[in-house]
Design a protein around this ligand. Structure first.
Ligand code: HEC
Ligand code: HEC
Ligand code: HEC
Ligand code: HEC
Ligand code: HEC
Length: 160
């Protein structure tokens, strides 16, 4: 299985479509900068039960450091304002599939896929953009390579 998933990595990256420009985010958060501090994905993306989503971090996670770190910066003051108002930062989604598609992060992680397989080299990015193909074609080609099902009902509610 693992070897097949590695083969799929090449396939997914090759299936790269025209990369889309990064959306403008409310706060200029950099994955590259924060991962170089030694943080891990799971510090901010927790995959709560039943394991479908990875989630986005609450402002309280950020404020654990930013109450003091760079507290004078305009970007951090904006972050602190969201936190004080008990609202989450309105992050603009980069990878999003329609709600009529079934998808579970946990099932894919358990099959040996890695974050980079589907999201590219996040740790090298200052800003994230949609750089891999998570369209139906992208899902299907990895399923074919890994002998996972490509039945319509596997990923979609059966239609009447
Ligand atoms: C098999 C492909 C695949 C793998 C592997 C994968 N993701 Fe995702 N990820 C997706 C898809 C597809 C979405 C969009 C899900 C949606 O809109 O419901 C997504 C969405 C997300 C989101 C947005 C929040 C959410 O859950 O919808 C985050 C954050 C994320 N992924 C982080 C990660 C991290 C961290 C890892 C590794 C631990 C990872 N992903 C591994 C395909 C993948
Ligand atoms: C483990 C501590 C830690 C956590 C948690 C953390 N940061 Fe940071 N952040 C830092 C440090 C340290 C820097 C300064 C890095 C540098 O410039 O060298 C920084 C820099 C920044 C900057 C740049 C500020 C400026 O004006 O230069 C922004 C914006 C930022 N962080 C946003 C966030 C957000 C949003 C979160 C939560 C999703 C977050 N940070 C979580 C430690 C942290
Ligand atoms: C300090 C907190 C923090 C850490 C650590 C972190 N992220 Fe994130 N992540 C965020 C924030 C904040 C966003 C929303 C802003 C953005 O898209 O850049 C985000 C967004 C994402 C998204 C886009 C989700 C979507 O659909 O909009 C992906 C994919 C992702 N992260 C993957 C990862 C991976 C993989 C790692 C580990 C290599 C990681 N992140 C580590 C805070 C973090
Ligand atoms: C890296 C290769 C890869 C990619 C990309 C991928 N899948 Fe999968 N997927 C698999 C494998 C392998 C399995 C079988 C896991 C198992 O045997 O439990 C699977 C299983 C599934 C399952 C069944 C999960 C469960 O709960 O048992 C669904 C639904 C699914 N994928 C949907 C998708 C969708 C939708 C996408 C695109 C957004 C996608 N997959 C992208 C490899 C992939
Ligand atoms: C491995 C998962 C997977 C399988 C299997 C799958 N789909 Fe999809 N399908 C998706 C994803 C992901 C999207 C959303 C793509 C996007 O973001 O636009 C989608 C979107 C669609 C759409 C709406 C988008 C459009 O192009 O208009 C239709 C219709 C559809 N699928 C039909 C089917 C049929 C029919 C089958 C069986 C032959 C099938 N799907 C099998 C993952 C899958």
């Amino acid at each position: 299985m693992r070897a097949l998933v590695v083969a799929a990595l090449a396939a997914v990256l090759l299936a790269q479509h025209t990369p889309q420009p990064p959306p403008e985010q409310p706060i200029p958060y950099s994955h590259k900068k924060h991962l170089s501090l030694g943080l891990q994905c799971k510090n901010c993306h927790t995959n709560p039960d039943p394991g479908e989503t990875m989630g986005l971090p609450a402002t309280s996670v950020c404020m654990g450091c930013h109450k003091t770190v760079k507290a004078g910066s305009a970007a951090i003051q904006k972050l602190a304002r969201y936190h004080a108002e008990k609202t989450e930062a309105p992050w603009v989604r980069v990878y999003q599939i329609p709600s009529y598609v079934f998808f579970s992060h946990r099932a894919h992680m358990e099959s040996g896929a890695r974050c980079q397989t589907c999201h590219g080299e996040v740790a090298q990015r200052d800003v994230l953009f949609k750089e891999t193909d998570i369209s139906m074609g992208g899902c299907m080609s990895c399923h074919r390579l890994n002998k996972a099902s490509v039945d319509c009902a596997f990923c979609h509610e059966p239609r009447q």
